[in-house]
Design a protein around this ligand. Structure first.
Ligand SMILES: [Zn+2]
Ligand SMILES: [Zn+2]
Length: 165
């Protein structure tokens, strides 16, 4: 399906094609929580980067998180580029050069009506803040870190892949 998204102040607008538009993937990591997840997590969708069209790109800033390894104390910069509006702060999408054909818009930035997920995945629960409840349905899957199943795999397993356009 086609997804239309925008920031809150409206200076950034974007469209893209997505075969994987179900908002099922709740990430509780500290980066998502602080940059995009006021409720304790953020939800990423899967989209096709080549199809992406951005209006107001000059208003977009990029954040790459510094991640400190808890065992070694060594800091590295995450290759994932988190795009946000530099005026209103809305989190918009993540693009990672390791998977250049994919883009992960935040469900919160999408204006198109998204389908409701029949089950959800709760990931990075090892990094969850203590005040955040995990409101898991009976079929939901819970992971302390990243699951093996990708956003695309989840859509295929549930036969929800949308390859129409
Ligand atoms: Zn904005
Ligand atoms: Zn995260």
């Amino acid at each position: 399906m086609r997804l239309d998204g925008s920031c809150h102040c409206g200076q950034v607008r974007f469209t893209l094609r997505s075969a994987h538009p179900y908002p099922f993937n709740l990430c509780y990591c500290s980066i998502c929580r602080k940059t995009a997840g006021g409720g304790g997590y953020a939800i990423n969708l899967g989209g096709d980067y080549d199809s992406m069209h951005i209006e107001g790109e000059e208003h977009v800033s990029v954040y790459q998180a510094r991640i400190t390894d808890p065992d070694t104390g060594k800091a590295t910069i995450s290759p994932g580029k988190r795009h946000f509006c530099r005026h209103c702060g809305s989190a918009l999408w993540v693009w990672d050069p390791r998977w250049p054909k994919l883009v992960h818009p935040f469900a919160s930035a999408i204006d198109s009506e998204l389908p409701q997920a029949p089950e959800r995945t709760h990931l990075m629960l090892g990094s969850k803040a203590g005040w955040v409840p995990v409101l898991a349905g009976p079929k939901d899957k819970l992971f302390d870190e990243y699951p093996e199943e990708s956003i695309a795999d989840w859509h295929r397993r549930l036969r929800l892949e949308d390859t129409q356009d």
